[in-house]
Design a protein around this ligand. Structure first.
Ligand code: DC
Length: 233
């Protein structure tokens, strides 16, 4: 019996642009699983610790081979596991985000996680969110999006989000972290953050979440129905 093809929609963009919220919503609406590849970099950072940056390539390879990623559930309820253990709140700290961005510049870490992500893509229909989903990991995805927004607007949204959670938030500090992470993500030589040539680019600076979601859903449905026509015998 022929294998059912797994559809992939990619959503790339810088930190704080709203990718996670939108990717989860889109996955929910399409009945796909949501793949948070930032969480995979963050779990790698948490489990291996800052010392991993000093390891020899051989020792890092050995440490990476001990990490087995898998994905459970659909839509909003999707969760990424490493060695059968789900990600928890510890991966959301700024220290882990910064270490994840440093790991993202290492060729062997990227190659290992790319392979893990592609393996997951062979088992699930996905909305895959990250930095290089459309350019490197899933170059033949059914539909690709690149979301962007001015750094000040991303910092403003993050402040609102933190205050809603009852947490303290300092605009200038958050803006600085966002700009530092942008610099690391956009200037690394391997798989830098950039839009794929065939991605739909959406500047969300002056759009609300519902407005962006409508564009993503309509465009995804269009791509998936075109794909279905092509797959008809
Ligand atoms: O999306 P996020 O903020 O959870 O990602 C944390 C860091 O992980 C990000 O600054 C860079 C790295 N990352 C990456 O290099 N490639 C991805 N596909 C996802 C994340």
């Amino acid at each position: 019996m022929p294998e059912t093809p797994h559809h992939i929609i990619t959503l790339d963009g810088p930190a704080g642009v709203g990718k996670s919220t939108l990717a989860k919503r889109l996955a929910d609406a399409l009945g796909f699983a949501y793949l948070d590849t930032g969480a995979m970099f963050r779990m790698t950072a948490l489990l291996l610790g800052p010392a991993v940056l000093e390891y020899s390539v051989k020792n890092r390879e050995k440490a990476l081979q001990g990490l087995v990623f898998s994905l459970e559930g659909h839509g909003d309820a999707s969760r990424i596991l490493c060695n059968q253990i789900p990600a928890d709140e510890r991966i959301r700290s700024e220290a882990i985000a910064s270490l994840a961005a440093s790991l993202g510049a290492l060729e062997d870490v990227r190659a290992f996680l790319k392979q893990s992500q592609q393996r997951i893509g062979q088992k699930h229909c996905l909305v895959a969110e990250g930095r290089d989903m459309g350019t490197v990991v899933f170059p033949t995805a059914d539909c690709k999006f690149f979301l962007d927004a001015a750094p000040r607007e991303r910092a403003r949204r993050r402040v609102v989000q933190l205050r809603e959670m009852g947490k303290a938030a300092d605009f200038d500090g958050i803006l600085k972290q966002i700009m530092e992470r942008d610099h690391k993500d956009r200037t690394r030589p391997i798989a830098p953050l950039k839009a794929a040539d065939d991605a739909v680019i959406i500047d969300t600076t002056n759009l609300d979440l519902d407005g962006v979601f409508d564009i993503l859903l309509r465009q995804s449905q269009k791509c998936l129905s075109t794909q279905a026509l092509r797959e008809q015998p």
